[in-house]
Design a protein around this ligand. Structure first.
Ligand SMILES: Nc1ncnc2c1ncn2[C@@H]1O[C@H](COP(=O)(O)OP(=O)(O)OP(=O)(O)O)[C@@H](O)[C@H]1O
Ligand SMILES: [Mg+2]
Length: 156
């Protein structure tokens, strides 16, 4: 996975601003993998992104429910956390292929736990602890993802 853009040692406010910038593109839907260790900032990013898209209700972490879904205008947004999945087969009941219609957004924490059962990603976002702050690296994995990165962050 080639890294397309990186942000080094950003604080929480900057991470939320970054999520907001991505929300401008992701209102059309897409598949975004949120990778990184426990506490690396995946839920923080997803929350800020969903809020920027217009979710008004409290955005719960899907750590226990596995999935939290939101309807935002014409967009169906699904926030998943696969941490507690032992085997990708456990994802069958979610009906992932059906969740992924033209107008849906999937934000997936711990995607490595669902390897093989997940749809192809447009973007991969990797979070890393950097002292009290975080490093964030975004890679584009599809033509659509590359277009988003190029539009949102010209020169990338
Ligand atoms: N850029 C940042 N700088 C400093 N702290 C941050 C930053 N982003 C998030 N945090 C803080 O890190 C903590 C963990 O964040 P978060 O819950 O988003 O991690 P996570 O990657 O979703 O973890 P998990 O794997 O457990 O789901 C929170 O207390 C959050 O406020
Ligand atoms: Mg989380």
């Amino acid at each position: 996975m080639s890294v397309a853009m990186e942000w080094c040692a950003i604080d929480e406010a900057a991470l939320e601003e970054l999520a907001k910038a991505f929300a401008q593109q992701l209102g059309q839907g897409g598949v975004v993998l949120l990778e990184g260790d426990l506490g690396a900032g995946k839920t923080t990013f997803a929350r800020a992104l969903l809020k920027a898209l217009g979710v008004g209700e409290r955005i719960k972490s899907p750590t226990y429910s596995l999935i939290e879904s939101y309807r935002i205008g014409d967009l169906d947004a699904h926030h998943l956390d696969l941490y507690r999945i032992a085997d990708a087969d456990e994802l069958e009941w979610l009906g992932l292929p059906d969740l992924l219609d033209a107008n849906s957004l999937l934000l997936i924490e711990w995607p490595e736990r669902g390897a093989g059962a997940l749809p192809p990603a447009d973007l991969g976002v990797r979070f890393e602890h950097a002292g009290e702050r975080r490093n964030v690296a975004v890679s584009a994995n599809s033509a659509r993802g590359r277009e988003w990165l190029g539009t949102q962050f010209p020169g990338s």
